[in-house]
Design a protein. Structure first.
Length: 279
C-alpha cells in the first residue's frame, strides 16, 4: 500500500489554490479593464462634444430667414442633409447667431443621447470597478494600508452625488412654485426624440418683456402633429425670460438617487468588513 504524504497533499492544495486565485485575479483585472474602457469612452465622447459646441451659439432653427446654414454636421462628424418640415424644429450649434458651419445631435438616437449626457453610465462604471477592486484587493489591502481614506472617498463621492440630485430637485421646485413667473404657452413645433410618443415642444409665450419662442427640455407625451396649437403652462426665469421649464415627473431622478445611495452603502459595507478583518 502506497503511503500518502500529508505535507505533499497540503502543498498541492496550496498550489492549486494559488493557481485558482491567480486565474480569478486575471479575470477580474480583464473585467475591470473592459468596464473602465467603456467609462472612458463615454467620458471622452462627452468631453469632445462639449469642446466642439463650447464656442458655438445655440440656435433653435424653425426656418428663420436670417439663419443661413452652410453645412450641418452630426454628432459623429457626418454631413447631414436636412429639410425642415412644417411641424419640426432643429436644435443646432453654429459659428454665429446667423448660422454658417453648424452641428447638431440626433435626439431620436437613444445611445447618442446617452453619449451626450453620460453621468449615469460613468457613475455605474465607477461603482462596478470599486466592487471588483474590493474583491481583488481585500486580502492584500486590509490590515496593510490605511483604508479609511478609501472608504471616506467612496462615502464622500456618494454624498456629493446625492446632494447634487437633492439640490437639483429643490431648485426645480423653487423655480416652478414661483407663481409670479408663469405664462400660458402655445406649442407651435416640436423636436423629435427616441420615443415616438414623446417630443420636446417648441412654444411661444408672452411675458411683460414681450413675446418669446423657445423649446422645453421637458418632453411632452403624444405626437407633434396632435399637440400643435395646444396650450401648456411654462415657468420662466425672473432675470431671463428666455429660460423656461414646465412641470415634470421626478422619475428621472430615481436612477441617479439609487446610484448615489449605492455608493454610500458600498462605503459603509467596506468599512464594516474592514473592521471585522482586523479584529
Amino acid at each position: 500500500m502506497k503511503n500518502v504524504n500529508i505535507k505533499d497533499v497540503e502543498v498541492t492544495e496550496i498550489v492549486e489554490d494559488i493557481k485558482k486565485n491567480k486565474i480569478k485575479n486575471i479575470v477580474l483585472l480583464i473585467i475591470i479593464g473592459i468596464v473602465s474602457l467603456i467609462g472612458f469612452f463615454f467620458w471622452a465622447t462627452k468631453v469632445r462634444w462639449d469642446a466642439e459646441i463650447e464656442e458655438y451659439t445655440e440656435i433653435l432653427y424653425v426656418g428663420q430667414e436670417e439663419v443661413k446654414v452652410d453645412r450641418l454636421d452630426g454628432f459623429y462628424g457626418e454631413i447631414i442633409e436636412f429639410e425642415l418640415k412644417d411641424d419640426l424644429a432643429i436644435l443646432m450649434y453654429c459659428e454665429s447667431e446667423y448660422g454658417g458651419l453648424c452641428v447638431t445631435g440626433d435626439f431620436n438616437n437613444g445611445f447618442e443621447n446617452l453619449l451626450r449626457e453620460p453621468s449615469i453610465v460613468i457613475n455605474i462604471v465607477i461603482l462596478i470597478d470599486l466592487v471588483l477592486l474590493f474583491i481583488l484587493l481585500k486580502d492584500k489591502c486590509f490590515g496593510k494600508i490605511k483604508t479609511y481614506v478609501v472608504f471616506s472617498i467612496i462615502l464622500l463621492y456618494g454624498f456629493i452625488n446625492l446632494s447634487g440630485v437633492i439640490i437639483e430637485v429643490a431648485d426645480y421646485y423653487t423655480f416652478v412654485n414661483d407663481s409670479k413667473n408663469l405664462a400660458n404657452a402655445t406649442i407651435i413645433r416640436g423636436i423629435s426624440t427616441s420615443n415616438e410618443n414623446e417630443f420636446y415642444p417648441v412654444v411661444t409665450y408672452t411675458t411683460k418683456e414681450g413675446e418669446f419662442t423657445n423649446y422645453l427640455s421637458v418632453p411632452v407625451s403624444g405626437t407633434i402633429k396632435d399637440k400643435i396649437n395646444e396650450e401648456i403652462t411654462v415657468y420662466y426665469d425672473a432675470k431671463d425670460h428666455n429660460v423656461i421649464t414646465a412641470k415634470k415627473s421626478l422619475l428621472g431622478y430615481i436612477v441617479p438617487t439609487i446610484v448615489s445611495i449605492l455608493f454610500i452603502v458600498l462605503g459603509i459595507i467596506y468599512l464594516i468588513l474592514y473592521k471585522k478583518s482586523i479584529k
